[in-house]
Design a protein around this ligand. Structure first.
Ligand code: SF4
Ligand code: SF4
Length: 137
């Protein structure tokens, strides 16, 4: 009885183990793998990240001048970290501890359009790069 009383008294002054979610955000567990952050200035556009991404959450579109644009879909990402491991440039892709925030339908990237443009612009770019065949005499 005495022990129980002491334990109850101690618990009165302890910080609660639970969080007042959604008023207080739940802290992520240590080393939690969340969203991907991309730094264009470090990118060498090798597209390794695009190739290794299991759900296809990274796509590059190609501009007429040969430059590329990075696209990331945080709602498709499974936070596996494969892109970070594959990237040869340290710090170009960083995995932060935050998850993608809840978004309305209008805020979610039109991924079908981006994927279509990625395929088509890559084909256009490859075609433009092909050297003209030397004429046979
Ligand atoms: S963390 Fe995984 S799923 Fe997300 S973009 Fe990188 S490779 Fe793709
Ligand atoms: S793997 Fe890294 S350097 Fe290569 S395209 Fe992706 S982000 Fe850029």
């Amino acid at each position: 009885m005495k022990d129980m009383f002491i334990e109850s008294l101690k618990n009165l002054f302890k910080k609660p183990a639970t969080h007042q979610y959604p008023f207080e955000p739940s802290p992520p567990p240590p080393n939690y793998r969340g969203n991907i952050v991309y730094k264009k200035e470090l990118c060498i556009f090798c597209t390794k990240c695009e190739l290794v991404c299991p759900p296809g959450a990274i796509r590059f579109t190609y501009n007429e001048d040969g430059s590329r644009e990075f696209h990331y879909n945080p709602y498709l990402c499974i936070y596996c970290g494969e892109c970070v491991r594959a990237c040869p440039k340290a710090g170009c892709l960083i995995q932060v501890e935050e998850m993608a925030p809840p978004a309305t339908e209008e805020e979610i990237p039109n991924w079908d359009e981006i994927e279509k443009e990625a395929e088509e612009s890559k084909k256009r770019w490859l075609k433009a790069r092909k050297k003209p065949q030397a004429k046979k005499s």
